[in-house]
Design a protein around this ligand. Sequence first.
Ligand code: FAD
Length: 484
Amino acid sequence: PCGLVWFRRDLRVHDHPALFHALRECAQVHCAFVFDKEILAPLPRADRRVRFIRESLVELDASLRALAHDSACGLIMLHAAASAAVPELAERLGVQAVYAAHDDEPAALLRDAQVRTALAAQGRELRLVKDHTIFARSELLTQAGTPYTVFTPYKKAWLRKVDPFFLSAYPVRIPPGTLAPRGEFGARGIPALSALGFAPSETVRLPVPAGSSGGRSLWTDFSARMDAYDQARDYPAIKGPSYLGVHLRFGTLSVREVAREAYARMQAGSSGAAAWLSELVWRDFYQQLVAHFPHVVERSFKPAYDAIAWETGEQADALWTAWQTGRTGYPLVDAAMAQINQTGYMHNRLRMVVASFLAKDLGLDWRRGEAYFAQQLTDFELASNNGGWQWASSSGCDAQPWFRIFNPVTQSQKFDPKGGFIRRYLPELARLNDTDVHAPWLARSEALRAAGVVLGADYPLPVVDHAHARDRTLARYSVVKEAR
Ligand code: FAD
């Protein structure tokens, strides 16, 4: 038999379940990637992710050719609507089955159902395998057989169930002659960004190196820091986290490989590794949540929270612009927004701070922020992003209580005590002292003058008063209390 491996969010050649199964079951294997017009159409023309994917594909294609020892092999590249293009390709190639990694996002489920139906009509099969998470969908359920909606028991169950089976690699060995030549598709090569309708974004620096080689170098760097993760992860001015999100998102690195290492080091007593593994468990947790409760993609996990009346109108729009552009007058919030706007990344602590600020200081619908993150983040992952926003706005399953409201100044003093992060992203405040840098509007006028800061000109005055906003938020959220 002959098979087609359809690469999607698994852009690597090592530890690859779809390739592993195809190579075991087929005498000849084709490999393809589709730049899906339906996914690309709504993206901004300078989207960093398209560039990350394209650079990763160049490497993937070269790796396949090297593994096959044949330059006629490699990736078949299409730029089309995948739901129609994949069955068409399967027919042209005459394969019996298409192999791909399962994806639980609602749009992906719909697309895969269409592909499955079209393939079935041709007498072919779509074989989906797990790759993106350690445990997926219903692999971990409560004793009552229901999905987990609280993280701590989920994590306990995750740690109880995990064993070498779930963490082992799917080795990829390609016997000579097994990878099929690209034939008529060989001439196409990997399209340039401009051919895909995207702006060649040389001016926008990719914040992370792409491809498996990029993932590998970040992983090597982080492995040496993992033991200190629990101590360092909350301070955005220092290199605490792994920056691996985008590689886990696009599968340029295998989640099994990194979870295996973290698990082994946790067992050897590393509290840093235990804290980091816990983040990977959060990732699985949110993935299974979207699989079981797809309504969260559009609505609150807890329906009572859909009754909240968010600010709308001109004033709300002005606040929204201030948040997006990092001009709220709260330095930690503004520095964080500068980070996401300039690099496509934002530190986890800051994601919590700016999300809370949007919903609970500005009174704006968290879905506006969620959509903005979805557009900006290179590591955008629907389930984690939605989970993070619903956590911060309190509408999520295991969320921050609604009456707990982050104070953006206290957060700044605690997690960026010397203002190192603020100064990096807001150079206009760089000369303020370590106290004033967190709340310039409280600085004495001599201090502002000495630091060369004119409030309202060089840097905005706060767009809301936190104490006042807090009261308004408690009133706004009272509908939730009443619904109980
Ligand atoms: P590390 O701290 O090194 O963590 C390692 C990996 O664990 C991450 O790459 C990620 O895959 C996973 N992870 C870490 N924290 C979480 C978490 N809370 N939930 C789920 N997975 C986690 N994460 C995304 O991957 N994509 C998103 O779109 C996203 N949006 C978020 C939005 C908000 C409002 C919040 C509060 C959090 C969001 N997160 C998201 C979770 C977290 O902030 C990022 O995963 C993390 O900052 C990525 O940086 P890192 O790779 O250096 O993380």
